[in-house]
Design a binder for this molecule. Sequence first.
Ligand code: FES
Ligand SMILES: [Fe+2]
Length: 441
Amino acid sequence: MAGWPPARQGAHCAPMDCPLSSAPAQQEIPAGAIRRPWPQGGFTSAPYWVYSDPAVYAREQQAIFRGKSWHYLGLEAEVPDAGCYKNTYIGEANVLLTRAEDGSLHAMLNRCAHRGNMICREAFGQAEKLHCVYHSWNYNLKGDLTFVAFRNGLRGEGGLPKDFELADHGLQKLRVASIAGVVFATFRADTPPLEEWLGDVADGIRRVCRKPLKVLGYDTQRIHANWKAYHENPRDSYHANILHTFYGTFGLSRQSQESGMVLDASGRHVYFYTKAGTEKASADYKETASALRSHNEGLMLEDPSILKWRDEFGDGISVQILSTYPSFVLHQIANSLATRQLLPKGPGRCDLVWTYFGFADDDAETERMRLVQMNLAGSAGMVSVEDAAVCEMIRRAVGDGAEGESYIRMGGSTLESGGNSKLSERAIRNFWHAYREDMEI
Ligand code: FES
Ligand SMILES: [Fe+2]
């Protein structure tokens, strides 16, 4: 890959994006330690304390981020050759994704087995071995310990115990698997195989990532809100047409268009799709739309090229937003393609890492179209800028969560109600159901 490793440019190099910056590790909170009562409504409401309580946050690290789920690590295209690594996170755990000499992918904690020092400091790199600077324990790209400085001591002094075995002191390894070039890892041996875990939602990943990918760029957005407020957002298609002026006014995604939702059998993963240009006029839609601030016929674009898109997959879908539990989003908004990785950084903060991509065989015009459309989606995108804003507004409004709860009954009050309609909070009810199961609260 030309220009390897990929530079993170300008604001993308801000400390928030640095592997060295993370909230301090939290102490483990056992199941049963969170004694606050969940509201009567069960998964049809979330108590506001769940967004701010430090004990809840600490327990999530164990029960969710080290729990029985697959977590997005990156794209295979980010570690294209032997020796390439990516430095990232699952929850607050600092994790390396590597490609070994034989081409296989591996994931491991970025934490030396000696005294816990960070092994790799760069966001990306390429190396023949993983080297800890503190006392020179070296590991291969699969995370096996291969060398310890002064292992046998010097002139009969020092050295490690005689029964020390390199094989017993490798980096802590995670299971790793990929689908269509998108790489996930899990801490648990009993997490089902990746494609089984994704269920029907795997099709939404394959639909977008259908050819070898090419990374176009990154940015990282620090959101001053709890990670779950953001996780709810792409599972909430109800807001899209209402909050986002660009969707409603310029017709990229409207409730009146042909659309639907695919939820996997476990209710943990979901994608929504909409087909622009398939308006079905109805009196009740017109009545509602006329009252929405996001439908503003007076707004015009001086340069409408941002809205020029091509139906490159040939199925008419203009927007597909896919979300896997608990922290991964894949979007296709017109021809803008990106992953979003949600990294919690304390109860009241999270980082959203956007990775924009196209295909390795894109021609120059297609690549330029994707770059122009980054202005639609992304941390400052015309469509998505409002999402982080509402998460922060929620945080300010709910404060310390001492009282109050949300109301999540659009489309009904059960895990099934709402069917496959986009005008529903069914996927959010299913999220809270899964969350409570994992957290045992
Ligand atoms: S902490 Fe890594 S070699 Fe000592
Ligand atoms: Fe949104």
